[in-house]
Ligand binder design. Sequence first.
Ligand SMILES: [Zn+2]
Length: 244
Amino acid sequence: MRGLNTATVIDLLNRLRADRHLELGVTAAGRSAGIHATATAIASVGAAIAAITDGICPLQTSTDGSRADQCWRDVRDACDQAAQHTARLADQVTRLAAEALLVVTEMEPVHYRGSITSRHGTHVLAGPCDCWRCRHRGDRLRLSLLLEDFDDLVCVRPRSVTAYPDEPHDLPAADLGDVLHVAVGALPPSLTVGHAIAVVQNLILFTGRIRAVVGFWATTIDARLHGGSSPSSTAPTRPITATS
Ligand SMILES: [Zn+2]
């Protein structure tokens, strides 16, 4: 009986976990990349659920009478709802990835593009500006150069700073989509009851594992922004919202 290549899919899902990519947790771009890969994984599983629904209860079977009883209609409805729920979740998590790119914490790389054009380029967010003027306002920043511990720019407006745009990674979100696509394509055109149950159990396994992946990223990000027990966390840092 052909299945959904379960071992490979589970391995790829595990490789999306934040605790396997500690280096990504320490920059806004890395956190965004992790969440975005998770969203892509959710969308891939959602697409697999939708495709498999047609394998379990093809639409024509409700008209030709072969699977027209209430039991099969219930199965089809449950699968349709699962596919829609997964698609909505993928959209929500994709939006979170975009928002995460804008939340920078201290000692993270940023791009400065403010009024001092000669200084445009990559800096590190050193912290809030503590000059006598800004100390009272509390809304300006200090920036250092990479690998330097002195302030290169002070009194910087948050809107003059954007998060560093890219973080290289090897998150296997695209591989997961490819494996699921091939596995779904290899299923027989119309599944037997036993085969259908096994496939649905696989999908439940995948969605449970994705929930764990989302949890790992949530814990890592929470620890970064607020302090906590994540192995990736450093001292609690002060987040700022950069512009897009
Ligand atoms: Zn200042």
